[in-house]
Ligand binder design. Sequence first.
Ligand SMILES: [Ca+2]
Length: 176
Amino acid sequence: MVKLDCARALWRLLKGVFQFLRVDRPAPAFARRQRERGQTLLEFALIVPIMLLILLMIVDFGLAMDRRVLLQHAVREGARLGATGANAMEITEVTADQAGMDPGAIIVTVCYLDMDLDGDAGELGESVRVGAIVTHRFTTGGNEILSAFGVPAIEIEMTPVADMRLEQRVTGGTAC
Ligand SMILES: [Ca+2]
């Protein structure tokens, strides 16, 4: 009789263990999965704005480099015109036009190199120097988004310069 009770008790215990394994175990695993899912979602929500900011800043740098290349082309075109004897106003107009900018948004400098140091700049064979000064302001990534974090917008001062040998004698020009 004692043996039978023992066997029953053991059976009940085993049944309990099996039930625990079958029913109770999936519950913590499920809860853990839920918790992990919540954690992943939170990490994702934190990382997305940072990733977006980095991506937009890469685009901003690309745009800035494009602008710099365009400005270099513009001052070269201005200097090319200057070499033919055009005056400073014409050079400024062409440079701004080639840069695709409003003449008010770009500062164009025109001067003549006195290469033989005789005090007369702009002689035939000497050079005209055309420069531009443009403050490039970053757009979305380096501007609005950074501003939202209280960081001032990124600005880059671009100062491309181009020299061109004079094909015409220029008088009255500014010496460099
Ligand atoms: Ca000279």
